[in-house]
Design a protein around this ligand. Structure first.
Ligand SMILES: [Zn+2]
Length: 164
């Protein structure tokens, strides 16, 4: 797996309750950038040709492209219905940013629905242990209104997700 020295010092991929996950090796403050999600840009068509596992790890990048972080740290972040991080697009790059303080040893998770636009057909069953677990992860627009409003107010939904 490719990771920078800084990433290796601050983050760790290890076994979690749901396969592998990424864990903090230091404390992150709220609003602190955790890392840049790097990878290869693939089209919607290519995304459909990825294996189910690789596809489930892609990040919607814009109208046309998905970012596949295969072989890199970004590949290992799990979904949670009660996330502690968000995906932010800035300067044409994707970043993962803490939405709450994250303690050393804690798994870093985000809500996959925040990067599923209205034309994304991918869905996943969820078995996270949150009280608020939705059981299924799909398009942002399918979330309950209250949750959508909360996520929007926290800046958790990249604009290209809302536009598609
Ligand atoms: Zn869940």
């Amino acid at each position: 797996m490719i990771a920078t020295q800084k990433e290796k010092k601050e983050l760790q991929v290890k076994k979690s309750a749901h396969g592998k996950g990424v864990f903090a090796k230091k404390n992150f403050k709220q609003d602190q950038t955790i890392l840049q999600i790097k990878g290869k840009l693939v089209t919607c068509y290519e995304d459909d040709n990825l294996s189910e596992e690789d596809r489930s790890n892609t990040f919607r990048f814009d109208d046309e492209y998905f970012l596949s972080p295969k072989g890199m740290l970004g590949n290992y972040f799990n979904h949670a219905c009660e996330p502690n991080s968000k995906v932010v697009k800035k300067d044409n790059k994707l970043f993962l940013v803490a939405i709450a303080p994250i303690c050393k040893g804690e798994e870093i998770v985000f809500d996959y629905s925040t990067i599923l636009a209205s034309d994304d057909t991918w869905e996943m069953e969820c078995h996270c242990d949150a009280k608020t677990c939705r059981g299924i992860v799909k398009q942002f627009r399918t979330l309950p209104k209250k949750l959508r409003e909360k996520y929007l107010s926290l800046g958790m939904v990249p604009t290209h997700i809302l536009e598609n």
